[in-house]
Ligand binder design. Structure first.
Ligand code: 8YV
Length: 351
């Protein structure tokens, strides 16, 4: 009996997507079921001989895993736009292709970024705590109690400058959502390798797309810290962006500013952020990703800060988006194992 090419799938992708793999008779599908998920050893044993792996963002794809798979492996397909968990140089060395899931999650993550900005500015976590703990009946109302800085700027409040650390698809979709709030000024710090002329072109295009915008500027990191009223961290992560938001950065931010991180946890130094909130260097934070997640228990320094609004990495967690991501991850894998163009491939040799 000739064995069929094996594809290892590192999570049940649900009843709409799994059949795209399991109904095929030209591949063998090995599913890493939820009860085995923390069992790396099982994965290392079962990945042996696979031609493709469909993986999620919480699984490390390193030399150990690739060696365990062996020389048949053609494709790693991650159900994520981020690739911090993937040692891309190890893939490049072995000529293994990488599929990922950009675009389909842009709207969902931009939605949640705006939600976090509103939650952080208007003290959602802190004030919901009052209700949750049964303290509302005893609460003595005063005109300025529980207030926070307003995001909308229509006449009664000064114009807000929104800043973006990283200015890719999700940042630009977030900006578009903020324009109806009256935001007119945008600053960003992005890829140091992109040229001044390409930034200029991008800025002009954005001003044309959004006539209400008065200015879009590429700035250095210091200016970003000093001028942002709301700062969105939307960079991919990895060693080059690790702890870009540290104590020094946070000390430069405005007292009424809000920090949102829906990119990668490693970009923000958690201890520094907890200190910034505790000592009121900034107003609040809205974060969907935390360094060291999911080990974020009740005693985590950020969980203890009432002005820190934390979500457990649900930026892309809408039914529509996860369905599109899972489908794209499978399509990438199926195309890659037979050497075809993948719908969304990252060039591992260029990264
Ligand atoms: C998901 C993400 O939670 O796409 C990413 O990079 O971090 C999130 O969309 C994750 O990808 C699910 O695997």
């Amino acid at each position: 009996r000739i064995s069929k090419p094996k594809v290892v799938v590192c999570r049940d992708l649900g009843p709409d997507v799994m059949p795209l793999l399991t109904k095929r008779d030209d591949i063998e599908v090995v599913l890493w079921t939820e009860d085995r998920v923390s069992d790396r050893q099982w994965l290392l044993e079962n990945v042996k001989g696979a031609v493709g792996i469909v993986i999620v963002f919480s699984e490390l794809v390193n030399a150990e895993l690739l060696d365990a798979a062996g020389p048949n492996l053609k494709v790693v397909s991650t159900m994520s736009v981020g690739y911090e968990h993937i040692h891309v140089s190890e893939l490049a060395k072995r000529n293994i292709r990488l599929g990922y899931t950009p675009d389909v999650l842009t709207d969902a993550v931009a939605d949640i970024s705006v939600m976090l900005a509103l939650m952080a500015g208007r003290n959602a976590n802190e004030t919901m705590g009052i209700v949750r703990e049964g303290l509302w009946p005893k609460f003595i109302w005063a005109p300025f109690s529980l207030c926070g800085p307003q995001l909308s700027t229509s006449g009664i409040s000064p114009s807000r400058t929104v800043g973006f650390l990283g200015f890719g698809r999700i940042s630009q979709a977030t900006l578009a959502r903020l324009i109806p709030f009256g935001v007119t000024d945008c600053i960003y710090s992005s890829n140091p390798n992109s040229s001044a002329s390409s930034k200029k072109k991008r800025n002009e295009k954005l001003l044309e797309q959004h006539p209400q915008l008065k200015s879009v500027r590429a700035v250095d990191v210091d200016t970003l810290a000093q001028e942002s009223d709301v700062l969105f961290v939307l960079v991919p992560g990895g060693p080059s962006t690790r702890h870009l938001i540290n104590e020094e950065f946070l000390r430069k931010m405005k007292k009424h500013s809000v920090l949102v991180n829906a990119g990668r946890g490693t970009v923000v130094d958690s201890d520094a952020l907890a200190k910034a909130l505790r000592e009121k260097w900034i107003w609040g934070a809205g974060i969907d990703v935390v360094e060291g997640e999911p080990d974020v228990g009740k005693d985590h320094p950020l969980v203890k800060e009432p002005r820190c609004n934390i979500l457990p990495h649900i930026g892309s967690a809408s039914f529509e988006t996860r369905l599109a991501m899972a489908t794209l991850a499978v399509d990438n894998c199926l195309a890659g194992i037979v050497g075809q163009d993948m719908p969304a491939e990252l060039d591992v040799k260029a990264l």
